[in-house]
Design a protein around this ligand. Structure first.
Ligand code: MGD
Ligand code: MGD
Ligand code: MO
Length: 827
């Protein structure tokens, strides 16, 4: 019988243990709307989760023209049927009563409903006027990591060759810019080396600033199943919070935030000192070892212990585990990427893998993780700060090749300088050189740092803002034109997860009202703008998702992310396939760099690299001298302290991030009863010692203030390190009374307090380090902290908090099959 589990209270479900090197067993998770049974489902549409980068494959249940539930796909390589809580319950957000169903235009200061022709004419008139009067540089695009591949590619062609602007970036700048940059620095090109299957083979898994238990719960289920099986791996966790990962780690290091480079340099120091270096691998595959060894020569554990505030003995123990690993898998995410030395630190993790010779074999990989479900595609398609197909904007041959694919003159593709990163796009809008900003699939009025500034930028009279979204978000409220989009389940397209697995997501139902797929909106714009190629043909020659995919395949041909062996039809029925996938490797590629470093030669690489400390570009000549044979580059970096340090006035380090139950600015998960009930309101985390020092207790209403702004929430006392305060960044204002900030000062969005600052190399903003102070507003008086108890926000004293309840109907089914992985019948 199918056991019914409360998957809010038991987010990772039951264990299906397996041993090292064995296939991960199948377990099929499913949730159907209350009152719906499987036999009432009329149709299952193939898809994958759009609420994180894991790529959990699922089928969408349809009955009566509506989505009524989801079921994991047993055949898929990524999840073998499993789904996380957001996967199971998140689809209900599609049905929210306040979905945008018509376009809106601002008239006399108010947004009013209109038809598509009115809205698009307004956008096109504005764009044509600006092109005429101020040129392409007056138009910018800020997109997402949540659209589909076909949409990004279309947008990249429109922006780069149609408008001719280099102001196109994704919110992936906030998310995975450092992943891409770290891979470029080390391997010459973006492209994830490792595979999720490395979890099956690793004897040591090291997670750097990555709370995978909450942010890729299905990947964590894979780790949990290994931990429950024979010959379990040992975990090393680096995170200042007591995450579920930290609780299962053999060694947990909880450093001061912003000190990753010091810690990693000490780990590298120990690996070199104890001679755990794979000399043959280093010789054959890398350059730069001597410089690296020199850089870390003085970085002893005792030195790092003082900077990071972790015991030197623990650093030594971590180095012993890493140095003794036979098969080492490392993963890296926002605890590293959202800091002032993001790329420098992420590259040291690559260095660790390389000097240990841990690459290109089962169990030996690095996962420079993605966060958003489709962030990989934003990068591949050039809808972020890169040219499509991982082409190098500084390499005239790469630009000429792209111009050939698009049938335009190379000069039409802006490449006089690097594409503009998101924070700079907002700066140009603030200064007035950008006059039109088209925002799609992102909510910067909640997710960018220092929100009072962002609201000012977006609210300017002279800036024409287009917002393409599903809901009337905080950002949409500030727009001149709002375009209602169809989303996951309502449109067809593909997307690629963090381990290069491409999934097809089929349209299951019609979108609400007049909402249209993002692709259709972009195609309509291209048509109205009448963009032409050099022979007078249409620049954008495709008309639907399938033909857009075929066009992208040509653009990807011969590039690292080669999709030419894939098609919508091949993905249909089957399940995820990893790129590169070509006629020669029709089943895709599990791991990159199995026989050498393929894309690092000067002619091929996506970037000649940057100085890890200053961000200054390395020239082509310098790159050729440094890396004549196209090997992996071991790049060293010295540690520099965070830019905003604590002070007497702001004595706490400010850390922000996620909880298991919510996605970003909650536009979806806040509209899902089970998920919202599990984490209904913002909270503040502090350690026992800090709570005592501040004279505050569990449940008290406190204010967290930085030089930029402040947030109020109820206190949760956890095992977080001393000297730090944590705020979840999910809570904005759309569901507060009146739908906006309650008053002039204290808000509930963490980004009221964060700092306008970024990593000089990847230009990714810093969300994990700033300085703040905490004050008591009001005693608990019986009120409890709304923080979940199943996660990193679990109370140190369990008696102080109520158990997490599932909210309404938080029940899902789970079928543990004895079917060996990969041989499941599938749905
Ligand atoms: N439930 C849920 N899942 C998600 C998302 C979501 O919103 N909700 N979003 C998706 C997206 S887009 C992303 S980018 C990922 C993010 O996934 P993660 O990176 O796993 O999530 P975060 O909570 O942002 O940060 C991870 C950890 O970094 C730690 N940290 C802070 N400062 C430091 C430091 O200086 N050093 C180290 N080593 N660690 C530090 C924090 O304590 C935190 O536990 O999650 C994806 N999955
Ligand atoms: N303080 C702090 N701030 C952070 C972070 C942090 O850790 N701390 N993390 C950063 C990271 S890693 C990320 S990824 C960002 C996320 O920041 P955002 O991108 O702003 O987060 P979302 O809430 O996911 O916004 C996506 C928007 O797209 C809409 N949308 C969803 N699907 C579709 C679709 O199919 N079509 C269209 N047109 N719209 C759609 C949603 O309704 C939503 O409004 O936040 C960043 N900000
Ligand atoms: Mo992200």
């Amino acid at each position: 019988m199918e056991p019914a589990l409360d998957r809010i209270a038991q987010p990772w479900g039951d264990r299906t243990p397996y041993g090292r090197g064995q296939p991960w067993p199948v377990r099929v998770d499913s949730f159907l709307a209350p009152g719906t049974t499987a036999d009432r489902v009329e149709r299952w549409a193939q898809s994958a989760s759009l609420l994180h980068s894991d790529g959990d494959a699922m089928d969408i249940a349809v009955a009566g023209g509506r989505i009524v539930g989801v079921r994991g796909r047993a055949v898929d390589r990524v999840n073998r049927g499993r789904l996380g809580p957001k996967d199971l319950f998140g689809w209900q957000a599609n049905h929210a009563a306040d979905r945008l169903t018509t376009p809106l235009v601002r008239r006399d200061g108010r947004l009013e409903a209109c038809d598509w022709d009115t809205a698009m004419s307004r956008v096109v008139t504005e764009a044509k006027g600006l092109l005429r009067e101020r040129g392409p540089g007056s138009i910018g695009f800020y997109t997402s990591g949540q659209l589909f591949l076909e949409e990004y590619y279309t947008l990249a062609v429109i922006a780069r060759a149609g408008i001719g602007t280099s102001h196109l970036d994704g919110n992936t700048r906030l998310c995975t810019a450092t992943a891409g940059e770290a891979l470029k620095e080390t391997f010459g090109s973006d492209g994830q080396p490792g595979s999720y299957a490395d979890v099956d083979h690793a004897d040591v898994i090291a997670l750097f600033g990555h709370n995978t238990a909450e942010t890729q719960p299905v990947l964590w289920m894979r780790v949990l199943d290994r931990l429950a099986g024979s010959d379990p791996p040992r975990l090393v966790c680096v995170d200042p919070r007591p995450t579920p990962v930290a609780r299962r780690a053999t060694v947990h290091l909880a450093p001061r935030s912003g000190t990753n480079v010091a810690l990693l340099n000490a780990l590298l120091h120990e690996i070199v000192r104890t001679d755990r270096v794979d000399r043959a691998f280093v010789e054959a595959r890398t350059v730069g070892f001597d410089e690296l060894a020199e850089q870390v020569a003085d970085c002893t554990p005792a030195w790092a212990a003082r900077i990071c505030d972790v015991p030197a003995r623990d650093i030594e123990r971590a180095a012993e585990v890493l140095g003794g690993a036979e098969r080492l898998l490392s993963t890296v995410l926002q605890g590293v990427y959202q800091s002032h030395q993001a790329t420098a630190a992420a590259v040291q993790v690559n260095n660790l893998q390389l000097i240990r010779g841990m690459l290109g074999r089962p169990g030996c990989g690095v996962l420079q993780m993605n966060g958003q479900p489709t962030a990989e595609n934003t990068r591949e398609c050039g809808a972020d700060g890169d040219l499509p197909g991982f082409r190098n904007w500084e390499n005239e041959q790469h630009v000429a090749d792209l111009a050939r694919v698009w049938n335009v003159e190379p000069a039409r593709i802006p490449h006089h300088g690097p594409p503009t990163p998101a924070m700079q796009i907002f700066r140009y809008a603030e200064q007035g050189s950008i006059r039109m900003l088209w925002i799609s699939g992102t909510n910067p009025a909640v997710s960018l740092p220092e929100l009072h500034r962002i609201r000012d930028v977006l609210g300017q009279e002279r800036l024409f803002t287009v917002v393409q979204d599903l809901y009337p978000t905080e950002t949409a409220q500030l727009a001149d034109v709002v375009l209602p989009a169809a989303t996951w389940g309502e449109k067809t397209g593909t997307f690629t997860n963090a381990d290069r697995t491409v999934h097809l997501s089929e349209k299951a139902v019609d979108p609400p009202g007049a909402a249209r797929p993002d692709l259709d909106i972009l195609l309509d714009f291209a048509r109205r703008m009448d963009f032409r190629d050099k022979d007078g043909g249409p620049l954008v020659g495709w008309h639907d998702a399938d033909s857009a995919f075929e066009a992208w395949k040509e653009c990807s041909r011969g590039r690292p992310c080669d999709y030419t062996g894939l098609s919508h039809d091949r993905l249909r029925g089957r399940s995820g396939i990893q790129w590169p996938c070509t006629g020669d490797v029709p089943d895709g590629t599990e791991r990159l760099y199995t026989d050498g470093i393929t894309w690092a030669a000067a002619e091929d690489c996506e970037s000649y690299g940057k100085d890890l400390v200053t961000g200054a570009a390395v020239s082509e000549t310098e790159y050729r001298a440094l890396n004549p044979d196209g090997k992996a580059v071991l790049k060293a970096a010295e540690y520099l302290p965070p830019h905003e340090d604590t002070s007497a006035q702001y004595p706490l380090q400010l850390n922000t991030g996620r909880t298991l139950y919510h996605f970003h600015t909650r536009t979806k998960t806040g509209r899902v009863p089970q998920l919202n009930a599990a984490a209904p309101e913002v909270w503040v985390e502090l350690s026992v010692g800090e709570a005592q020092r501040h004279g505050v207790a569990e449940g008290d209403l406190v204010e967290v203030a930085s030089p930029r702004g402040s947030v109020r929430g109820r206190l949760r006392i956890t095992g977080i390190r001393d000297g730090m305060v944590f705020l979840p960044f999910h809570y904005g204002y759309w569901d507060t009374p009146g739908g906006h900030r309650p008053d002039g000062r204290s808000g509930r969005a963490a980004n009221e307090t964060t700092i306008t600052d970024w990593d000089p190399v990847s230009k990714q903003p810093v969300f994990k380090t700033a300085a703040a102070r905490l004050t008591l507003v009001e005693r608990a008086g019986g009120a409890v902290s709304p923080a979940p108890t199943t996660t990193a926000s679990a109370p140190v004293d369990p008696r102080s908090a109520p158990p997490t309840t599932g909210g309404p109907d938080a029940v899902a089914t789970q079928t543990s099959g004895a079917v060996p992985a990969g041989e499941g019948d599938g749905p």
